[in-house]
Design a protein around this ligand. Sequence first.
Ligand SMILES: *Cc1c(COP(=O)(O)O)cnc(C)c1O
Length: 395
Amino acid sequence: MYGKIKQDLQQNLEELKSQGLYKTERIITSSQSSQINVAGGETVLNFCANNYLGLANNPEVVKAAQDIMNDWGFGLSSVRFICGTQDIHKQLEKKVSEFLGTEDTILYVAAFDANGGVFEPLLGEDSAIISDELNHASIIDGVRLCKAQRLRYKHSDMAELGQCLQDAASATYRLIVTDGVFSMDGDLAKLPEIVALAEKYDAMVMVDDSHATGYIGKTGRGTAEHFGVLGKIDIITTTFGKAMGGGNGGCTSGRKEIIEMLRQRSRPYLFSNTLAPATVGATLKVIDMLAASSDLPEKTMANAQYFRSKMEAAGFDLVKGDTAIVPVMIYDEPLAVKFADELLKEGVYVIGFVFPVVPRGKARIRVQLSAAHTTSQIDKAVDAFIKVGKQMNII
Ligand SMILES: *Cc1c(COP(=O)(O)O)cnc(C)c1O
């Protein structure tokens, strides 16, 4: 009977609203791009998408998705192991492996599923997973689904990671897991130190490169390329839903036997549908584009550096970093929300992040740059930040 729970849900929803924790969704009435239309009719500059390479509405990518549907249909109506594997899926797995410098790759309909299905088939209760405290929700959920011992280290604290590895010395296997790029500070995992610790304490390393694949590293191969540790990461999970065209889909890539076991045992792979051909076609295209030229990742990073330097010159307090995520610190929660609202009135769409997404008193505006932004769009955004910043006595 839908009785008591209805009232309780209504009350809980009201509480979320009164605490300022209720999420509303802004409706976009155009394709995803550096400039978008939002319901109400305004055109705004978009600085809050994960569209790092600007490929979400790229004509070549859209055409690749359309073309592949002509030959391969819309969907497979099946999981992979029953009758859902086309040769395009094998092609994409091969191409992703070449791109990431790994031995093999398994596709999932989302990186969330890749992370949800990676731990349980590999690690039992005699093993230990050692996880950065700021890892993505899907890693946390994936770890919960497996029986291994869990240890958590303070964000990027290598001394604590070393301690956790010592504490897990008696475990059969140890796996260190980290985001490659952390989404709230836009900082990179300390992969060289992590790899060295893994070697010292006989552990495997897993990196979730969802916010990195496509634009971090000289040719966009991600954090392992950035740090020169390609081939040293045992497991990489990543998404095709951010820089790589922004549709959806993800994968786990890495050591051959690991991927082979995931095909046998990983539940989101075994019990969820095949990646749709359109996504496969678009992702194949994006990888070809990146193999042919590094112009796009270079543009993304150049745009991020340009925005950073102008904002620093204007006196804003930024979290330092080497990614296209640029957090502008406001600290005060209501002020950050108001700041983002005022920027929208100036035609700049960004989001204020407040507790509990970031620590209390560390509210910020997260700005994300894309290869699609023009210099004049970035200039306009900086001008808007300066205008609102002065109005609100932040600079
Ligand atoms: C976005 C993100 C995911 C989820 O990716 P989907 O493919 O959209 O499920 C997983 N991990 C990290 C670190 C992410 O940033």
